[in-house]
Ligand binder design. Structure first.
Ligand SMILES: *[C@@H]1O[C@H](CO)[C@@H](O)[C@H](O)[C@H]1NC(C)=O
Ligand SMILES: *[C@@H]1O[C@H](CO)[C@@H](O)[C@H](O)[C@H]1NC(C)=O
Ligand SMILES: *[C@@H]1O[C@H](CO)[C@@H](O)[C@H](O)[C@H]1NC(C)=O
Ligand SMILES: *[C@@H]1O[C@H](CO)[C@@H](O)[C@H](O)[C@H]1NC(C)=O
Ligand SMILES: *[C@@H]1O[C@H](CO)[C@@H](O)[C@H](O)[C@H]1NC(C)=O
Ligand SMILES: *[C@@H]1O[C@H](CO)[C@@H](O)[C@H](O)[C@H]1NC(C)=O
Ligand SMILES: *[C@@H]1O[C@H](CO)[C@@H](O)[C@H](O)[C@H]1NC(C)=O
Ligand SMILES: *[C@@H]1O[C@H](CO)[C@@H](O)[C@H](O)[C@H]1NC(C)=O
Ligand SMILES: *[C@@H]1O[C@H](CO)[C@@H](O)[C@H](O)[C@H]1NC(C)=O
Ligand SMILES: *[C@@H]1O[C@H](CO)[C@@H](O)[C@H](O)[C@H]1NC(C)=O
Ligand SMILES: *[C@@H]1O[C@H](CO)[C@@H](O)[C@H](O)[C@H]1NC(C)=O
Ligand SMILES: *[C@@H]1O[C@H](CO)[C@@H](O)[C@H](O)[C@H]1NC(C)=O
Length: 676
């Protein structure tokens, strides 16, 4: 690595471009949606195709006797159904509607499930004559790709049209649901689709907060009623203030979970930059903070009160992420006293070893969370370091020295007690040989490791565990957790192994997109390492959410690590451009924060690497130009030619990149050329 510093007084205004690659955006172009095709039909149904957009004629479909048609919307959607009925044989006819995210649960008897048992009841419309029949608002369904119409009596009903009013992203205009502020493109189509499916997953998980899950069956129904196909459901609980909120999942739980936000929020920032939904969700957690202990909830209302050490910390990380991505010091200052009070809770559980002793098992539904757990202690170490940066930004220096000491003790103790040098990974705690995916990934992400060879070792060992379906989380009985795998992706990038990260995206997220049981548009919350759609923590497979923001790790990782646009402080006041292309040859990404537009385009051709990048005026940063395995030279030019070119000779062939620091915001182009 070479370091070269350039000080320049010149800056440029950021350019504002139309967002390219719009053809990849999955968000609907209108809030009124129609099925795109027929999935299946049974019994006497005339002309079922007439209700799809594929139909050229506007005919109707007549259901006679016991009959049903299942429709496919092509992607996962959310909303309120309306049927337009023509003639009916009697004023006592019924049309039922069922929903499913996965093709697995398409049925004429029930929907997929929200509760941990059974299947959800049919939404029945009593059809008394011609007209439009719209579901009550609490019967909006938050995630479904398939919708079936069912007729159950001896007469007949003519259905002239079926439509769904799309309800996700409620605060964005009818024709602007796909109004992205960020984009990504590279020379691998699968990765492009993965980036946009992640962006869309976070959009469908952004809901009107008056229609969260009422959780009416929580802890009440279980596997003893697992065959019931009539489980009641409605979405009408107010979960946050404001008019939009980011929740864990589209179908379920439709409530706020801080852990999920740790992956979802950076994905939102690089695609839609929908900050207000993030704030409404974060605020709802602080609203119910315990004012004496500082404890924050495991999940937002109406989830019953529970203690989770990790989710408590994730809420604090949510505040530091908000500051990093927005630079909004006022918002930070408004929560700072609550933040400091909250930190006293985990600090009070640090014992004489220097590690936090976790006394409540609640986490991301992994098993065995307790004691001197490596994941929880890594997250605590990370949180304290975030706190130090926030305290510095706020000039609140009083707590800093004690926090630094505490963090150092955690790091020393974790490495002494939990690092297994022989196996090259951390154990879950000191009484087990289990080496978890979550704790090892988090140790790398948090920089709990003492040196880079530990990160390389963790990266290599995690990669060695992959099954044909992805990266297993041994701490959850071999589940594949797209949430924790999002932190594993970051681990591979931190180990300077971009190829491993890209391979895992293709393997795991490629499966999650292309398998016919999936929605081809949103990412599932979990499944088995054998590829079955069974998620170890749940008894009920139909309950699994197929649109979970915590599964969108590749979206931010592709932008931050592959395109390499990294915000280092306060909305991008300082930044780094550090492309890591792995086996790709070109990558192009950009996004906006309140400070302006950031972008980086890298292309690698034989003997030449070109990085063009842009950052808003008034910011400063550095570029790490990737170089090829040869001697040569890097030339850095300011695009409008106001600064002098910088040339760095690379005289050894073994470096990975050249760093040029001290750059002002503006538009730059760096070129590395091999010299024969
Ligand atoms: C026929 O279908 C088209 C396309 O969906 C729609 O614009 C039009 O309003 C429909 N016409 C009638 C009479 O329903
Ligand atoms: C209902 O679905 C079952 C398959 O689960 C199928 O055998 C049956 O024909 C369907 N009945 C109607 C009326 O659609
Ligand atoms: C129709 O029956 C088939 C075969 O039994 C079944 O797979 C499908 O889900 C049914 N569709 C509807 C709408 O009932
Ligand atoms: C059809 O379903 C509705 C709603 O559950 C029910 O009230 C009605 O009795 C059913 N009709 C027949 C013929 O089963
Ligand atoms: C799209 O978003 C930008 C901000 O990123 C906003 O200025 C613009 O009004 C939005 N366009 C529409 C049609 O909502
Ligand atoms: C639901 O189905 C179960 C049988 O599976 C039945 O015992 C119960 O009465 C049904 N409940 C309602 C509200 O229809
Ligand atoms: C939600 O809807 C159900 C069913 O209509 C109703 O019983 C309940 O009171 C509603 N809850 C709220 C909070 O509005
Ligand atoms: C230590 O880790 C193992 C493996 O995850 C787990 O079974 C055990 O319960 C943990 N110990 C404590 C005290 O939580
Ligand atoms: C953690 O605290 C619990 C409850 O006080 C105690 O039973 C347990 O022994 C402690 N675990 C460790 C590893 O010190
Ligand atoms: C912190 O102090 C610096 C230097 O005095 C000042 O520029 C900055 O505005 C202060 N920040 C806050 C949040 O008070
Ligand atoms: C990680 O921690 C080491 C000390 O263990 C420190 O030297 C290094 O600067 C840290 N890295 C980052 C990115 O903070
Ligand atoms: C999945 O979606 C992509 C667009 O995102 C489309 O090109 C492809 O045909 C779809 N695949 C299937 C199997 O429907």
């Amino acid at each position: 690595m070479k370091l070269f510093s350039l000080i320049t007084g010149l800056t440029l205004l950021g350019s504002s471009l139309a967002i390219p690659y719009e053809e990849y955006i999955l968000a609907p172009k209108s809030r009124t949606l129609h099925p795109v095709s027929v999935h299946s039909t049974n019994g006497s149904v005339s002309n079922p195709e007439s209700l799809t957009t594929a139909s050229s004629s506007n005919g109707s479909s007549i259901f006679s006797g016991d009959a049903a048609t299942a429709y496919d919307f092509g992607i996962n959607i959310a909303g309120i159904v309306t049927l337009t009925v023509g003639s009916v044989s009697s004023p006592d006819e019924y049309i039922g509607v069922t929903f499913s995210e996965s093709s697995l649960w398409v049925s004429n008897k029930s929907s997929d499930a929200i509760a941990d048992a059974g299947k959800d009841e049919i939404l029945w419309f009593h059809v008394t004559g011609p007209g439009r029949y719209t579901a009550p608002r609490e019967k909006e369904r938050g995630g479904f790709r398939y919708m079936s119409l069912v007729h159950n009596s001896t007469g007949s009903v003519e259905v002239e049209a079926v439509e769904v009013h799309y309800t996700a992203m409620p605060h964005w205009g009818e024709d602007a649901i796909g109004n992205y502020s960020g984009y990504f493109h590279c020379d691998d189509e699968l990765l492009n689709r993965i980036w946009y499916a992640g962006a869309y997953t976070n959009q469908i998980c952004t809901i009107d907060p008056h229609y969260g899950n009422a959780l009416i069956h929580i802890f009440k129904i279980n596997s003893s009623v697992s065959d019931a196909v009539n489980v009641t459901w409605y979405n009408n609980y107010t979960i946050t203030n404001g008019s939009s909120a980011i929740v864990d999942g589209a179908k379920r739980d439709r409530i706020v979970w801080a852990g999920d936000m740790a992956i979802a929020v950076p994905g939102v920032v690089v695609s839609t930059n929908d900050v207000v939904s993030i704030e409404n969700s974060l605020n709802s957690l602080f609203d119910v903070q315990n004012s004496s202990s500082g404890l924050l909830p495991y999940a937002g209302r109406p989830f019953p009160s529970a203690t989770s050490f990790t989710y408590h910390l994730y809420t604090l990380i949510g505040v530091s992420d908000h500051y990093l991505y927005t630079g909004d010091i006022g918002y930070l200052a408004s929560l700072w006293d609550k933040w400091k009070l909250a930190l006293t809770f985990p600090l009070s559980h640090i014992d004489e070893t220097g590690l936090m002793n976790v006394t409540s098992p609640s986490d991301w539904l992994r098993f065995g969370m307790g004691g001197h757990n490596i994941e929880a202690n890594s997250i605590l170490y990370y949180t304290i370091n975030q706190g130090i940066a926030l305290a510095e930004a706020l000039n609140d220096t009083a707590p800093i020295s004690e926090w630094k000491e505490t963090a150092q003790r955690i790091k020393t103790a974790a490495n002494a007690l939990l690092w297994n040098n022989e196996l090259g990974m951390y154990t879950d705690n000191e009484t087990t040989t289990l080496m978890p995916q979550d704790g090892n990934s988090w140790a790398a992400v948090a920089n709990l490791t003492l040196n880079s060879s530990q990160i390389s070792s963790i990266s290599e060992k995690l990669q060695g565990r992959w099954t044909p379906y992805g990266a297993p989380a041994l701490e959850a009985a071999d589940a594949i957790s797209p949430f924790i795998s999002g932190f594993e992706l970051q681990t591979h990038f931190l180990a300077a192994n971009a190829s491993a990260a890209l391979d895992l995206m293709r393997l795991q997220w490629g499966f999650m997109l292309d398998d016919p049981r999936m929605t081809n548009s949103t990412f599932i919350e979990g499944y088995s390492s054998t590829g079955e759609l069974h998620y170890a923590p749940y008894l009920n497979d139909a309950r699994i959410s197929h649109a979970h923001g915590w599964a969108t790790g590749p979206t931010s990782s592709l932008t931050f690590y592959v395109a390499g646009i990294q915000l280092l402080s306060a909305g991008g006041k300082t930044w780094r451009v550090a492309p890591a292309l792995g086996d790709l040859t070109n990558v192009d990404a950009g996004f906006s924060t309140s400070l302006g537009f950031f972008s980086a385009t890298t292309t690698i051709t034989k003997g030449v690497v070109e990085v063009e990048f842009e950052a808003p005026s008034g910011t400063s940063g550095e570029v790490r130009v990737p170089i090829l395995n040869c001697v040569g030279r890097v030339v850095l030019q300011e695009v409008d030619g106001k600064c002098e070119d910088v040339t760095v000779e690379v005289v050894q062939a073994d470096s990975a990149h050249v760093v040029v620091a001290g750059l002002a915001g503006g538009r730059w182009k760096a070129t590395f050329t091999c010299v024969e």
